[in-house]
Design a protein around this ligand. Sequence first.
Ligand SMILES: [Zn+2]
Length: 283
Amino acid sequence: MLSEPRIFPQYTRRIGDVSITSIVDDVNPIPFSDIVSLAPDEAERTLLENFQPSPIIVPVLCFLLLWEDRMALVDTGFGEPRGRLNETLRDAGVDREDIDTVILTHMHPDHSCGLRLPSGEAAFPNADVVLAKAEMDHWDDSAAMERATERQRERYFRSARYQIEPYRDRLRWADGEVWPGVTAVPMPGHTPGHTGYMVESRGERALIWGDLCHVPGLQLPFPGIKTKYDSLPDLTAQTRERNLGWIADDRILIAGMHMHFPGYAYIVRRGDAYGYVQEPWVL
Ligand SMILES: [Zn+2]
């Protein structure tokens, strides 16, 4: 009996002169109970009605940017051994030492744990790290850590401090242009410094929106949905609703860490809510 191949995909498209490669780091099933503001039966019905996988599957994607002789990585996934990012980079002939900037949407385990190797070494030894100052300040805030649950202290606060340690002297705050053609778009709520990044080149643009949606099949039809992972649940919902409006109206291509592979879509208005149209594979 042959075993089923499990090949983790990557996909490259261009925005003007910038090439963006989406890389699957992992695929993460989550329980309906992580969605705290929608009854499980309604969540399941919504997913099935919209031809979305149920139970919920949350892919974890990272985006590699190439421009001229420069290379940046937006988010780092779970890290080894769980995350497949490093293996995929290696297979694609990308040397982690050549990545000059790691751009973080926020510090949660599925986004920032790849900053360090299991040995403790920096996975990106020559990279600056870009993230919002509000994000770092929050995870460094001992009073906030004191107020958190033990699970949050371990999973978020201690983990963020550990991951960022080898990069402390090369942090840059996400403010304005952070890399050629890449501009920070503050989207606070999910975490206090959660940030999207607009990539623009030669009149084309794409918004890497981090975790503005974790489960597009639920948070687009119900933009006010709250999850267990949101630091500031009310602000998360407001930020999502405010941003979805202009993203839909301006017909912005979005790239999401938790969109289904290859991760690119357009947002459309559906009454008071939203839906999405996945971008077809274009070679
Ligand atoms: Zn996430």
